[in-house]
Each structure stands twice: as structure tokens, then as C-alpha cells.
Design a protein. Structure first.
Length: 111
């Protein structure tokens, strides 16, 4: 499965719209794009997972890595997700307590 990631930057805020499956094969791309966004000056990352049909532990690891990296610069990472199967993975792992999870990019930008 292919993973597509569109990045839109507005000042220090970056929206990463992710589409596809985030698994052991595709998570390095997500981790790389998150790192590139931080290196490009993004301090507020919004990761839109509305286009994601599946995420596994390696995908969650990529998000945690991105969070760690942006927090080193006093930034933040918020997740946009309304899909029950993806939210369930966040709840089971307890990462719903680590990442602010919102229902839209507009809501994430309003934090």
C-alpha cells in the first residue's frame, strides 16, 4: 500500500494530510516528513489522519517521534481523526492521552 502525505505550511503551522496505510513499510516516510516539517520551522504540527485506513505500532512510533522532535523546540503536535478503527488504536495504547485528538483541521488550528 502506498502512503501519500501532503504538507501545507502557514507560518509556523504545518498541516500534514496523510492518506493510505501507515505500517512498518510506510511509517519511515511519515517519520521523515514530520522531521522535515520541524526542520523547516514548523512548531505546530497538525497530522490529519482522515485519509488513513490503517495504522499499526510503527505508525504510532513515527507520530511519537515527531512529537518528541517538535517538543524539543517547544512546539506541539495535534491529530485529526474521527475514524473509529484508528481512534481505537490510540485508546488501546493510551496515546489518546498523549496526543490532542480533534475532529477537524479547523478545530486543531484553533487550539
Amino acid at each position: 500500500m502506498q502512503l501519500d502525505i501532503d504538507v501545507k505550511k502557514d507560518g509556523t503551522t504545518c498541516l500534514l494530510a496523510v492518506r493510505g496505510e501507515v505500517d512498518v513499510y510506510t511509517s519511515p516516510l511519515l517519520k521523515s516528513r514530520l522531521g522535515e516539517a520541524v526542520d523547516d520551522g514548523c512548531l505546530d504540527l497538525i497530522v490529519d489522519l482522515e485519509g488513513v485506513s490503517f495504522i499499526d505500532s510503527s505508525g504510532l512510533g513515527a507520530l511519537v517521534s515527531g512529537l518528541r522532535r517538535v517538543k524539543e523546540r517547544s512546539g506541539s503536535l495535534r491529530v485529526v481523526c474521527t475514524k473509529d478503527n484508528i481512534l481505537k488504536v490510540f485508546r488501546i495504547t493510551g496515546l489518546d492521552k498523549v496526543f490532542p485528538i480533534v475532529s477537524s483541521a479547523e478545530e486543531a488550528a484553533g487550539f
